[in-house]
Design a protein around this ligand. Structure first.
Ligand code: SAH
Length: 233
């Protein structure tokens, strides 16, 4: 049994041809990309590193990391976004990124302890059993390596900002992109990480100002947030 929700994959596949259009449904991913890339690079220093991006979609983060790292593997279970990611890398002349359609859990049994850095962004909230993905990430990373997650917090403010605000008022994301019940509290994610043998190294919140249309990282994890972990050596 694969840990996947077919309806979730269909949502992303249907939009895949617009993935690299910076004014499309994926605009928020394009806009937050430099912020998360810098935070990852600051902590894990990508240069010379072997990286895997879980739930890479059309490759916005994977391709950006490939420009700094030794090599990047991007995996996803939606075929169309992977096709878009491959084409874009080819057109951009980025040759050290490789995309595969495989579940995180399957790759973890194939290649345990193989990556210096594991990233899994905006994906856990679309998966039936996110703790299983966290365990797979902990298996994929080498001892001492870094694992990064980002997702949405679960509380009244997150409901208002991430669903009502982003999907219904500001039209930043298509309606139905996110399901509140699948949001994850930082304490829950931290517990899954610890249970998987990862130590928590840092957290950041992601803020958005609808008037200036700007994003920035802060200490406020009440809506969008990222966490950084390391596998115990
Ligand atoms: N991580 C990328 C894309 C986020 S969109 C970024 O932040 O830029 C969420 C992605 O998760 C989509 O590409 C979707 O196909 C993928 N996804 C959803 N469920 C998945 C699963 N069970 N296994 C792998 N990928 C999944």
């Amino acid at each position: 049994m694969t840990n996947v929700d077919a309806q979730e994959l269909a949502k992303f596949s249907d939009l895949a041809h617009r993935w690299w259009d910076p004014n499309s449904e994926f605009r928020p991913l394009h806009e937050i990309n430099p912020l998360r890339l810098e935070w990852i690079d600051e902590l894990a220093s990508l240069r010379g590193k072997t990286v895997i991006d879980i739930g890479c979609g059309g490759g916005i983060l994977a391709e950006a990391m490939a420009r700094r790292a030794l090599s990047v593997t991007g995996i996803d279970l939606a075929a169309k976004p992977l096709g878009v990611a491959r084409l874009h890398a080819m057109e951009a002349g980025v040759t050290n990124v490789d995309y595969r359609e495989i579940a995180a859990e399957a790759l973890a049994s194939e290649k345990p302890a193989s990556f210096d850095v594991v990233t899994c962004m905006e994906m856990l909230e679309h998966v039936p059993d996110p703790s299983s993905v966290v365990r797979a990430c902990a298996t994929l990373v080498k001892p001492g390596g870094w694992v990064f997650f980002s997702t949405l917090n679960r509380n009244a403010k997150a409901f208002v900002f991430a669903i009502v605000g982003a999907e219904y008022l500001l039209n930043l994301l298509p309606k139905g992109t996110h399901e509140y019940a699948r949001f994850i509290r930082p304490s829950e994610l931290a517990r899954w990480c610890r249970d998987a043998g990862l130590s928590l190294e840092g957290t950041r919140g992601m803020q958005y100002n609808p008037l200036t249309k700007r994003y920035w990282l802060s200490a406020d994890t009440s809506v969008n947030y990222l966490i950084a972990c390391r596998r115990l050596p």
